[in-house]
Write a protein that binds this ligand. Structure first.
Ligand code: GLU
Length: 288
């Protein structure tokens, strides 16, 4: 093992509901893939309106019940605003304020477009209506967007890449500037009333926590491009990725927080043991 980089992973749930089987799977993958003592917990609670302290307490309890433990106190994103603000200040020359609401974006996209509107990992691809605006004109009701064109110019590369150890292991995934502009566009770095966004917070925190292996569901694969460009702009290392399968319900739909019936606590109340949960999810009884 000499010279091999330490595999430090994290499980990063949002306390907006009870953990369900899909979360248990993500947590068990992260813990299993970590080197001993290198599995961390992060509470992603930037959305103050949707997050609740009782859900946060339930996350700790459910994970401990599953047999998981983490080596450092959990990092709470709500305590990290100064770090996000600092990153945002560094990115500011590449950003612009945007006042468009979803309806405005839809209307702007519908005009030249017939059929389905272009969408990326964050929904509709922003048509650039506010791109001419300057950050000195930032209003209280604005979001802050990254100008992807200026961002590519700043890093001076024609494409981005990252590696995944599950999907096409052994060869880098690549996206060109044009593919990024067409398929992702100008994403939001600071949401209304939040001071940051999921993408910015994840990138800043993965670096602060020294995460070398990001394990997460395949549904976030396209979002990873946003994280890679932010890592480049902030001069942070790009970790190795491990996009795992999603746990689906009987109809093949991805589990969501509202699927309360799949909450770990309900299985537990019905008499399931942690070993039963591990087995249902395809883990051997003794992992991790
Ligand atoms: N908090 C995100 C979620 O609940 C996952 C974070 C990540 O892996 O980037 O889906």
């Amino acid at each position: 093992m000499a010279g091999r980089a330490i595999r430090r992973t994290r499980f990063a749930p949002s306390p907006t509901g009870l953990l369900h089987l899909g979360h248990a799977y993500a947590a068990l993958v992260a813990a299993e893939q970590a080197d001993p003592g290198a599995f961390l917990l992060r509470i992603e609670d930037i959305d103050r309106e949707r997050c609740r302290p009782d859900y946060e307490a339930a996350i700790h309890e459910d994970l401990h019940w599953l047999g998981l433990d983490w080596t450092q106190p959990a990092l709470r994103q709500s305590d990290r605003m100064p770090a996000y603000q600092d990153a945002l200040r560094r990115l500011e020359p590449l950003c612009y304020p945007c006042r468009c609401r979803r309806g405005d974006i839809r209307t702007a996209l519908s005009a030249p477009q017939e059929g389905a509107l272009p969408a990326g990992p964050d929904g509709l691809i922003y048509p650039g209506t506010c791109r001419h605006r300057s950050m000195t004109d930032l209003g209280a009701d604005d979001v802050i967007r990254l100008d992807a064109r200026r961002a590519f110019d700043a890093i001076g590369v024609a494409q981005l890449e990252f590696r995944d150890e599950i999907i096409l292991p052994g060869q880098p995934h690549r996206i060109s500037r044009d593919e990024f502009l067409d398929g992702i566009g100008d994403v939001i770095l600071s949401r209304r009333g939040m001071g940051t966004s999921y993408h910015l917070a994840v990138v800043v925190d993965d670096s602060a926590q020294g995460i070398s292996l990001v394990t997460r569901g395949k549904d976030l694969f396209d979002s990873t491009w946003i994280h890679v460009i932010l890592q480049k702009l902030l001069q942070l290392p790009t970790p190795l990725y491990h996009h795992h399968r999603l746990i689906r319900d009987d109809a093949g739909k991805r589990l969501a927080k509202r699927d309360d019936a799949r909450a770990l606590r309900h299985y537990r109340q019905d008499g399931a043991t942690p070993a039963d949960i591990r087995q249902m999810l395809g883990f051997r009884p003794s992992d991790p």
